[in-house]
Design a protein around this ligand. Structure first.
Ligand code: XUL
Ligand code: CO
Length: 437
């Protein structure tokens, strides 16, 4: 049954910055070329199934405020089909080509894992049919190994092997389903992989289990002919007090230490970066430094709140700084921009979903266009290059190429008298940024 859930909303068009139509793109012109590539190809915008199709406004203090029409159906299979219909209608109207999902976003979890496997398999068939009709693709799939109470002590890092093996089985099902739907990537977000108290935790053993499991997933993916990327999505805490995939640097270290560096990349989420006391651009840069900048979960936090508010992106300054890193490091490896964001509990109109995603897409488009402007039309790149020019030739260059010993450095350094100050020009860099849009 193909209902028209958003019948009052037409396909969202690009109308330009002077438009006052909230249901039109002001900056996201999909075919616009920036740095030699269309905005559509740079971004690969994706809808997050769990927020946009499943969220109902419930929070830890209050019941749901907004049961979407496709979720009102009580028969779980019909509900899942209605939800898929709504998802595909939404994607087509937004002009997005991709979605991301957890296994149990697609359909209500069964009483046993076996029952869940059956249900997920059935709805995947239905979704595959809709993909054939519309050309919609999966940016990444994942397993929800954090909602079911069985994971209260962790999933793969659970002290009890019975739970760890259940998590492994659930991940295999989610991975197989993702492959079935042609997913370009597969994500691991370890919301319950970590500890609440170190007193009752053998951290080394748990981390070794995680590494062993990831290595087995690499083997399994190869055996199945998976051509995509595995991504780890760092987050320091929430729901677990301390999560093992704390931030990008921690994850890069873990991957390198366990021989996983050639098979994994990172999925960086804005609000996870800020929870780790970093900026979004810092986390992108750390990933890019390691050659592991895979994908982005786009949202923003709230300056007054210390938790994951998952709000849609509107922070232009933050996005421009991020897009500078994005362009300088050659974009994303295999991934895209997934709006891991939800409308507020009191945003209860269906059009709010559209307005939120439009603003998110416009913010990224505007950020990228401004970053291109900064890199090509302002002194920015030259200023940055000149800041390091003492390493471009002479002794600085010898040091950079590891040709100077500590004794050599001593001889050079001991004679550096009266080093004049060189301004860092931070305010000038900031004014370039502030005048770029
Ligand atoms: C949680 C989060 C997840 C992952 C996928 O903070 O970001 O939704 O993106 O499990
Ligand atoms: Co996320």
């Amino acid at each position: 049954m193909n209902q028209d859930y958003f019948k009052n909303i037409d396909k969202i068009k690009f109308e330009g910055k002077d438009s006052d139509n909230p249901l039109a793109y002001k900056y996201y012109d999909a075919s616009k070329i920036v740095m030699g590539k269309t905005l559509k190809d740079h971004f690969k915008f994706a809808m997050a199934y769990w927020h946009s199709m499943n969220d109902n406004g419930a929070d830890p203090f209050g019941r749901l405020t907004n049961l979407y029409p496709w979720n009102k159906e009580t028969d779980f299979m019909q509900q899942a089909k209605n939800r898929a219909d709504a998802a595909f209608e939404f994607l087509q109207k937004m002009g997005f080509d991709y979605f991301c999902f957890h296994d149990i976003d697609l359909i209500q979890e069964g009483a046993s894992l076996l029952e869940t496997e059956k249900r997920v398999g059935q709805i995947a068939e239905y979704i595959k049919g809709k993909q054939k009709e519309t050309g919609m693709k999966v940016l990444w799939g994942t397993a929800n190994c954090f909602s079911n109470p069985v994971y209260m002590n962790g999933a793969i890092t659970n002290p009890d092997f019975r739970v760890a093996s259940r998590a492994a089985a659930q991940i295999k099902i989610a991975f197989d389903t993702s492959m079935e739907l042609g997913a370009e990537n597969y994500v691991f977000w370890g919301g319950r992989e970590g500890y609440l108290s170190l007193l009752n935790t053998d951290m080394k053993r748990e981390l070794d289990h995680l590494a062993t499991f990831f290595n087995k997933m690499v083997e399994y993916g190869q055996k199945q002919g998976f051509n995509g990327n595995f991504f780890i999505e760092p987050k320091p805490a929430e729901p677990t007090k301390h999560q093992y995939d704390f931030d990008a640097a921690t994850v890069v270290g873990f991957l390198n230490q366990n021989g996983l560096q050639d098979h994994f990349k990172l999925n960086i989420e804005v609000n996870h970066a800020t929870l780790a006391s970093h900026t979004f651009e810092h986390e992108l840069q750390v990933s890019a430094n390691a050659g592991m900048l895979g994908s982005i979960d786009a949202n923003r936090g709230d300056n007054q709140n210390g938790w994951d508010t998952d709000q849609f992106s509107i922070n232009l300054y933050e996005t421009i700084e991020a897009m500078l890193v994005f362009l300088k490091s050659g974009g994303l490896q295999g991934g895209g921009i997934n709006f891991d964001a939800k409308v507020r509990r009191n945003s209860t109109d269906l059009e709010d979903l559209f307005i939120a995603h439009i603003q998110g897409a416009d913010t990224f488009a505007r950020g990228l266009i401004s970053a291109e402007y900064i890199l090509t039309k302002t002194p920015y790149a030259k200023m940055l290059k000149e800041r390091y020019e003492s390493y471009d030739s002479g002794q600085g260059n010898s040091f950079e190429n590891a040709k100077l010993s500590i004794e050599d450095l001593y001889k050079i350094g001991i004679n550096q008298s009266e080093i004049s100050h060189t301004s860092g020009k931070q305010e000038l860099y900031e004014s370039i940024l502030a005048n770029s849009f």
